[in-house]
Design a protein around this ligand. Sequence first.
Ligand SMILES: Cc1cc2nc3c(=O)[nH]c(=O)nc-3n(C[C@H](O)[C@H](O)[C@H](O)COP(=O)(O)O)c2cc1C
Length: 391
Amino acid sequence: MTLTGPGVEIYPHIFAQGELRSVKMANRCIVSPMTRTSATEDGLATEQMAEYYARFARGGWGMVITEAAYIDLKYSQGYTFQPGIATNEQAESWRKVIDAVHAEGAPIFMQIFHGGAINQGNNWVEGSISASAVTPRGEQIPRYRGAGTGFQTPREITRDEMAQVVEDFGHAARRAVEIGFDGVEVHGANGYLLDQFLTVHTNLREDEYGGPIEKRVKFHCEVMQSVRDAAPNVPVGVRISQTKVNDLTYVWPDGDDDAKVVFPAIAATGIDFFDCSAHLGLDHVFGTDRSLSGLARRHTGLPVFANGKLHDPELADRAIAEEEGDFVAIAKGALADPEWPQKIAAGLEPVPFNPAMVMPFATLDCNEAFWKENPSGVPDEPVVARDGVES
Ligand SMILES: Cc1cc2nc3c(=O)[nH]c(=O)nc-3n(C[C@H](O)[C@H](O)[C@H](O)COP(=O)(O)O)c2cc1C
């Protein structure tokens, strides 16, 4: 959908057309992946979800990324009522979502996911697995129907299971493309299985997947190679972050030296983009003159999605103008107002985010009845810091 209005002149970077491989986007504004735990118990996408996603496309977003969908009927599911892409039946259930978004003229990518140790609801197996048997920091997340108590201790994933997970990410990507998704994003961030390999305190392995960063990134690379091979003709990318859904303080220990290894190693698998999530997407990191997304761009030359509090259109436009990213991914701002791009283009004020829109459960009307009665809401910052409404 081509947007018009005074905002298009004021924010030319976010309203410029975009392209990833052959996928064309009317503008550079992307709906960032958001887990809504609104599928059926066995992971099927619902009619309500189709309507929920179509609202963003109708609101003028250049592209929509789905919430994280799990890839197998083993340990990948992290949340009850999370959707999956592990079977043909689950894949088929997404067809209505894809059709609804396409009918409004926007492309839709699927985010595929393995939760690893961050498992607070799995329909298929007991227990959890991770790079190493380390109990995750923090507590289960209430907004994803978690108990608010600690996580169980995972067991170390075996080498055979690792090979199977790599294969299953490929199968999931192939299913996603066959059903009609325009691209695939692997969730390599925010403390889930892939990130558990990247992170020093959750990866205590002594084999070639543990130790220095060159080894800790190896699992990411194998997964991305599998996804690349399974989906050769559509854009394929990966989400990377420092912080985690259960730990907002983690910083890459070797800073830009880690970035110089992580981004080129993954890029060498032939992927098309990086999506870098951060609390504040424009904040420079590691004492450099760049944000994490800016470093991904600098170290690989690939297109990058910048993310993190970019719902202020000035910041979003600056992120692209200052080469911190080529696209902006917006989560809470999109949830608050699915018509954000149209309103910014028209010079109108979008509905501001209120944490009640995601709490206590992810309902499809964003808990509208509650937050409309509490228009001033709860202050954003403390809730973000406490509940990690980030990942
Ligand atoms: C309710 C909610 C669910 C989220 N679920 C996911 C998810 O499934 N996958 C993911 O990569 N990030 C997820 N995130 C993180 C967002 O995509 C985004 O990175 C983060 O909220 C920061 O962007 P923002 O400041 O625009 O909200 C979620 C965020 C929220 C608020």
